[in-house]
Design a binder for this molecule. Structure first.
Ligand SMILES: [Ca+2]
Ligand SMILES: [Cu+2]
Length: 279
């Protein structure tokens, strides 16, 4: 735990939606990482027939599986992209109000630039997600179901093989279905993970805490380190997703974090933007 001060900023009320992302793509002709054909240069040793565009998709196993191996429920799907979130046969028709997914870090950055915004730092993200509450477990307080109500899109039922959707959504949901936090921000817990601009280093919090001072506008470490996967360049993810459950990760809790390869999107990872306050 460490203390942080952040300057004022504005944040998007919701995760960037398919509708918003489509407007950006239409205006710019932008092609996301998942839609580009991987080159032999970038992936030496990979067979040419395996150099196909695609992305990582959650697929619910048909039966109970050990939770020690997440390859049981993640698969690289040829042709999966923001336009085809579950693979080539799926589409975003009728899903305009769902968050865009399968965005790599540079895709999120490109959108933010186009929109005249930027991505939040991890500290900004957490400050905003807390919505004015201090030291609470969730953006709305300490009770997961506030007065018995669902407050976020997470996973109910047995993970990962059965999502009952008791909270209204089995899988991804439309943005702004649940009440906003104290700052008017929706879905800062659950639905989809969100990219923030900090590199991921497992020792960064400890480093800030060791100074004993309040960290002013921390921008994250200058390099990435995940000793579980050294050499993979990762940035921080925040907020958890529709797959989060207390059986596995509980990362709808506002003080928790995720991480991911900057080149890799999935169907439970999106983003939202911020704008600095100019005087
Ligand atoms: Ca759900
Ligand atoms: Cu999770």
């Amino acid at each position: 735990m460490h203390r942080v001060f952040v300057d004022g900023f504005w944040m998007d009320k919701t995760e960037v939606t398919n509708e918003q992302f489509a407007r950006f793509v239409k205006a710019t002709g932008y092609v996301t990482v998942a839609e580009r054909k991987p080159t032999a240069e970038d992936f030496p040793g990979v067979a040419p027939e395996d150099l196909v565009p695609g992305s990582v998709v959650f697929s619910s196993p048909a039966h109970s599986v050990p939770l020690t191996d997440n390859r049981q429920w993640w698969a690289f799907v040829d042709g999966a992209s923001w336009r085809h979130p579950l693979g080539p046969k799926s589409s975003i028709a009728g899903k305009e109000r769902q968050p865009v997914v399968h965005v790599a870090y540079e895709d999120a950055l490109a959108y933010a630039h186009w929109a005249g915004k930027r991505l939040p730092t991890e500290a900004e993200w957490e400050f905003a997600a807390r919505g004015g509450l201090t030291g609470r477990l969730f953006p709305w307080g300490d009770e997961f179901r506030k007065d018995g109500k669902w407050m976020a899109n997470t996973h109910q039922g047995h993970f990962p093989d059965h999502d009952t959707g008791e909270d209204a959504f089995s899988g991804i949901g439309v943005v702004a279905h649940y009440p906003p936090n104290g700052y008017g921000l929706y879905d800062v817990a659950g639905n989809v993970w969100e990219w923030v601009s900090d590199w991921y280093r497992e020792d960064y919090y400890a480093e800030l805490a060791a100074t004993g001072a309040v960290a002013r506008n921390p921008q994250g470490p200058s390099t990435s380190l995940d000793s579980g996967e050294p050499g993979v360049q990762k940035r921080v993810h925040r907020g958890g997703s529709f797959l989060c459950t207390d059986q596995y990760c509980s990362r709808y809790m506002v003080g928790t974090r995720g991480k991911g390869d900057i080149q890799t999107g999935t169907n439970h990872l999106g983003f939202r933007c911020v704008e600095s306050v100019h005087d």
